[in-house]
Design a protein around this ligand. Sequence first.
Ligand code: AMP
Length: 408
Amino acid sequence: MSPSRVLVLNSGSSSVKYQLLDMRDGSRPATGLVERIGERTSRLRHTGPAADPREQYGPIADHEAALKAVAEELTADGLGLDSPELAAIGHRVVHGGMSFTEPTVIDDAVLAEIERLIPLAPLHNPANLTGIRTARALRPDLPQVAVFDTAFHTTMPESAARYAIDPAIADRYRIRRYGFHGTSHAYVSRAAARLLGRTPQEVNVIVLHLGNGASASAVRGGRCVDTSMGLTPLEGLVMGTRSGDLDPAVIFHLARVGGMSMDEIDTLLNKRSGLFGLCGDNDMREIRRRIDEGDEAARLAFDVYVHRLKKYIGAYCAVLGRVDAVAFTAGVGENAAPVRAAAMAGLEGLGLAVDPELNAVRADEARLISPAGARVAVAVVPTDEELEIATQTYALVGTGSAPVGNNS
Ligand code: AMP
């Protein structure tokens, strides 16, 4: 029988998340996470076929050591990297620039191009590259595929992707709106179409990916035509710790009047702003709890968050002209009914509404929360980036295809 499993690796700056998926039946024989790589208190949590997770504590020096530890856990479950069942490894790569519009089988040229894109994603692409290099060293003969967070957004027209600055300067420094969370936007927009019993080509969907990072996208007939994140994930919606949109002159002001350095401003806007900056908490559960107790700062954070969200929903209604569905996803979108209700409140004129009872239902499946007969379907669609990466990887590698050679 041809190999049917795909190992999905998501190598972050100090963590590695992994899932082994069996594409024959959709099962996940193993999942896990290595955290705090490079610290003394690293932790590996592995869940194999025997449901009880195994945990390892103690220093894991770098990504190479982390991946080796993961490989050992998989081997202990009879699922090692040398298993003939393994068809490919799919890597999440954050930034593909304009070079990668699709998932791509990794060879030396692809590695060099991901490396060339490091200035656009200085925190993420190096970690992704280390994950790829280590995995290739462990299984040089196995096809490895890069699935890019930016790829789904490369279909945006120039009118949406360009900033209104001198094109010569923009092009010299590769400044444009790239967008992120593309794997999730792709998966959720297609799942929303399926929920409506239509094909992706037949529907226009607004996807609201509301996690700790948050982004919106406008998807016309299966192709992204606008998204809220830009050159970096800082633009757009209010997020857990990122400010989202602000007047760029705030940065000049903080530098000239506040005397802050560029690094300090970068940290302020990316790590100490958004919900956290406004009220000291970035977890929507905690913010709702504080609102229930009458906390003013939490109320303001919630209101600013929802106001921005509404503006993007309205903007994307205008961008798309006709909207068939609005899909909420990720931690906040899937779980926070009050956010969904507040974001839709007063938008009846746009054909948008939620049914309070349906909105209150907690479930793991994709579901409609709009009233029966509503002009626009409003849906909650759990995202599954690992499944999307595995599906794209498997589709590219094909069953029983010849392994890709390692040219390194
Ligand atoms: P993600 O980045 O998709 O994992 O989302 C993480 C965020 O989802 C957390 O920071 C919380 O703000 C939010 N979240 C998770 N679970 C819930 C919940 N049950 N209710 C409200 N918000 C939630």
